[in-house]
Write a protein that binds this ligand. Sequence first.
Ligand code: NI
Length: 171
Amino acid sequence: MIYKIVKYGDPILEKLCEPVTQFDTPDLKQLVTDMFETMYAHKGVGLAAPQVGLPMRLTVIDCSAGEDETQRVVLINPEITALEGSQIGEEGCLSIPGFRENVKRAAKATVQAHDVAGAAFELTGEELLARAIQHETDHLNGILFLTHLSLLKRDIIRRKIRKLVKAGEWS
Ligand code: NI
C-alpha cells in the first residue's frame, strides 16, 4: 500500500514521536513494507513514520532509491551515538516537495537501533547514508531540515509554501 505523504504544515511533522514497543508483529512488518513502497513511489531515499501520519520512532532508508536491496535500512527507536566531521550537501524532504537546500551535517554518523524483529544493532554511515540517518532521526524528534537553514532561507521557503497553500497546490 502506498501512503499519502504528510506535507509541511501538518503538526504531526513537528511532534516528538513515541517509541515502538511491539516488535515482530504482522502489523509492524506490513508498515515497513508499505513505507519502503511509499518511499520508492516518491523516489525518496528516506521516509519516517510521521510522514505517513504515524507518530512512531521508525524510519526506512535506502540510499540506492530501490536499485540495490542490500542498502535497505530499517531504524526503529534509533539513537545517534556518535557524529564526526562535517559535510555540506543538497537535501530535500518528501514532506517539503520542490524545495532543496544545502544543509550542513556530520560526515559520519553512528546510530543504535532495533530491527523489525526487535534485535538491537549499530550502524555507521558516511556521506549520503550519514546525512539520511541524521535527517530521518530528526523527523522522529519533530525536526525538519528547514531548522538547519538560516532564518532568511527558512522564511523564503515558508512564504513560498504559504502561497502554494493559498493556491490549493499544497495538500
Ligand atoms: Ni524528510
